[in-house]
Design a protein around this ligand. Structure first.
Ligand SMILES: [Zn+2]
Length: 366
């Protein structure tokens, strides 16, 4: 709850949360006893490519459904399907599939699309195929403005300023984020002034945090209103950086998984944006060793963030539910409050998921 952990109460809900009370009439309602476990708002993943063997770039209803069905087992109740930098046709096909998709009972809610590229800096492409990187172009965004929630771009490339200013003015609901970028401290600060307000996987795939050139990280730390997201998988960031980010960005920190097709799957070889990724020991890498997305589950990210920083359980949950919902302007999600959607997760002390409820329906049970 916004006020911290509340004990010994009963939550009354149907599709939405109706009350937090001490008295209920057990004759008229169905009762679930959480037996001392924690109940929290369901997690909202704003950066996820795939899971369970499926990827957003498969551009099929089946792929999106596979991802949506597996996520409740990780505590995620809503997600933003994230595209990769591939050909224009492939990205359009993925966006078409997302637009057509209707979330079914038993699935995490598909909120829309996150365009991770193709407007990136080839020098910081990471696992994104640099041959498909193109200059920023508002056409793609305006054609799919009804479903695009986030765009990750490099603000230092030619045409980025006009792109940012146009999107901010015409589609203010779309969150623009710096990522896969070589921007200097000055360039990143300028981008925030244009209207970029978020940073994608802070520290990863960007200009480094140096003593004389603090880069994007320094600009993000200095800009109080800017939010950032991080991959707390034990691979992408040293725990020192988790603590540093927690201290500098506090409630502006958002946990993402950046999970790929191999998420919730066993070790092996998988495709990611047309490239082969090898997955072993919770690490996903390209043949040259470049880290390629993650296989972390959101409940594991919450546990790591709590255990490796001084974050309380409430703060860690906030970073996975309330903060991402707020970034996307979703007033009915990410909170346990009267009138909000009954999207909730019940877990134990180690963040093991016991039960997940979406829109009032139990969709996952241990
Ligand atoms: Zn990604």
């Amino acid at each position: 709850m916004p006020e911290g952990i509340v004990e010994g109460k009963t939550l009354l809900y149907d599709r939405t949360i109706r009350a937090v009370t001490s008295e209920i009439d057990t004759d008229v309602v169905e009762v679930y006893d959480a037996k001392g476990a924690y109940l929290a708002p369901g997690f909202v993943d704003i950066h996820i490519h795939g899971s369970g063997g499926a990827d957003t770039m498969d551009a099929t209803e089946e792929a999106l459904s596979t991802i949506a069905r597996i996520l409740p087992g990780t505590g995620t109740t809503a997600f933003v399907a994230t595209t990769m930098t591939m050909s224009y046709e492939r990205i359009v096909a993925a966006l078409e599939a997302i637009r057509r998709y209707e979330t079914k009972v038993g699935e995490a809610t598909l909120l829309g699309a996150h365009l991770e590229g193709p407007f990136l800096n080839p020098t910081r492409s990471g696992a994104q195929d640099p041959s498909h990187i193109v200059p920023p172009d508002t056409h793609l965004v305006s054609s799919y403005a009804d479903i695009v929630k986030l765009v990750t771009l490099a603000p230092e490339v030619e045409g980025a300023e006009a792109f940012v200013k146009t999107v901010r003015e015409r589609f203010p609901h779309i969150v623009l984020s710096i990522g896969h970028s070589e921007a200097s401290y000055a360039q990143a600060s300028e981008a925030f002034a244009w209207g970029v307000r978020h940073v994608t996987h802070l520290f990863n795939a960007m200009s480094p945090y140096r003593h004389r050139e603090p880069g994007i990280v320094g600009a993000c730390f200095d800009d109080e209103s800017t939010t950032c997201d991080i991959i707390a998988d034990g691979v992408h960031l040293h725990s020192h950086h988790l603590r540093l980010i927690k201290r500098m960005k506090a409630e502006k920190t958002i946990l993402i998984t950046d999970a790929i097709r191999a998420g919730c799957m066993k070790a092996g070889r998988y495709d990611l944006g047309g490239r082969t990724v090898r997955v072993a020991e919770s690490r996903a890498v390209l043949p040259d060793g470049t880290i390629a997305g993650s296989v972390v589950k959101m409940n594991e990210a919450v546990r790591r963030y709590r255990d490796e920083t001084d974050a309380t359980l409430c703060e860690a949950v906030y970073a996975a539910s309330t903060a991402p919902a707020a970034l996307l302007g979703l007033s009915r999600k990410g909170r346990i409050a009267i009138g909000c959607d009954a999207d909730m997760v019940i877990f134990d002390e180690d963040l093991g998921i016991i039960r997940t409820v979406i829109g009032g329906e139990c969709v996952y049970e241990e």
